[in-house]
Design a protein around this ligand. Structure first.
Ligand SMILES: Nc1ncnc2c1ncn2[C@@H]1O[C@H](COP(=O)(O)OP(=O)(O)OP(=O)(O)O)[C@@H](O)[C@H]1O
Ligand SMILES: [Mg+2]
Length: 281
């Protein structure tokens, strides 16, 4: 059951495509399956995540045209631990996109988690350049999410594989940014420990049937809630906007809303917000 202040679907926000929920549902259909009625040259983004590397494309109208992703463990919390593997994954995604879309990918934007030192952030730029993509913009992930969500006031919370980033938005501008370890991988560890199964199996079960494990996962989601409150640090925040793959577990928004006492919106296909926001940056 949803907590009273949890909102399962976003309200029209005036963001991309006027309605973020509709944009994301449409975007989800574009996995290796491009929209054919695109207009003008495509604009690309590459999300170098801890769990997955994602390439996205929008057209001149800002509509989602294409995306693809590869699991990759070359990046941990914004720090590139295996440069060669990261470049290889981006090259593969670029080659596949070039073939399917029939267009060269000359440049793309990319992003780093807030709080990452500038030397590490620059490494994201070098990953693209080594995959023969000019890095046209390097932004933090929360600002990228805001490029799509365009919220006026509240906090954007990006819960990825490894970390939880929080950006506080006031009058449409991000006024504070932070990031802490803790995300979907930590939920896997909790499930694996509770069931006595390997982490990979826990990851599979969490994705396929998280509602069956909601009692076990709840303390892990509450830990994400306490990370959010720590990062908000007592500032007035009227709403939380959850993005990132980790919040796709059942009841994430209601658990976070109840724990934090702040009305919380979960977006459909929340894992696509930051990747498509990067293309919009
Ligand atoms: N359908 C799903 N149900 C539950 N969890 C999911 C689902 N899809 C993805 N996840 C979880 O989301 C996490 C990955 O999210 P995301 O793709 O946003 O991370 P990332 O961008 O690679 O990581 P980070 O932002 O921390 O660098 C993983 O822990 C994965 O298990
Ligand atoms: Mg991410």
């Amino acid at each position: 059951m949803l907590a009273r202040n949890a909102t399962p679907n976003p309200e029209p926000s005036g963001g991309a495509g006027k309605d973020v929920g509709a944009f994301l549902k449409d975007a989800a259909l574009r996995l290796r399956n491009p929209r054919t009625d695109r207009e003008g040259p495509l604009v690309f983004g590459v999300d170098l995540g801890t769990a997955t590397i994602v390439i996205t494309a929008i057209d001149q109208r800002g509509l989602p045209i294409y995306w693809d992703s590869l699991p990759c463990e070359a990046i941990r919390d914004g720090v590139i631990v295996n440069f060669g593997d990261a470049v290889t994954a981006v090259r593969k995604l670029r080659a596949a996109a070039t073939q399917v879309l029939g267009t060269e990918i000359l440049d793309a934007a990319t992003a780093f988690p807030p709080g990452v030192p500038s030397a590490e952030a620059r490494a994201c730029h070098y990953v693209l350049e080594n995959a023969e993509i000019t890095c046209r913009a390097l932004v933090d992930e929360v600002s990228a999410a805001q490029a799509l969500l365009k919220i006026r006031n509240g906090a954007i919370v990006d819960v990825g594989g490894g970390s939880t980033g929080v950006g506080i938005v006031s009058d449409g501008t991000i006024i504070a940014l932070d990031d802490e370890p803790g995300g979907g991988h930590h939920l896997d560890l909790i499930l694996a420990g509770a069931l006595g199964i390997p982490v990979e199996e826990a990851e599979r079960r969490k994705r396929e049937s998280s509602e069956d494990y909601s009692i076990i996962l709840r303390p892990g989601i509450e830990r994400i809630g306490s990370s959010i409150l720590r990062q908000i640090a007592g500032r007035p925040v009227s709403s939380l906007h959850l993005v990132g793959g980790a919040v796709r577990v059942a009841n994430a928004a209601s658990v976070v809303a109840r724990f934090t006492g702040i009305p919380t919106t979960a977006y459909p296909h929340s894992e696509l917000v930051t990747p498509f926001g990067i293309a919009m940056s």
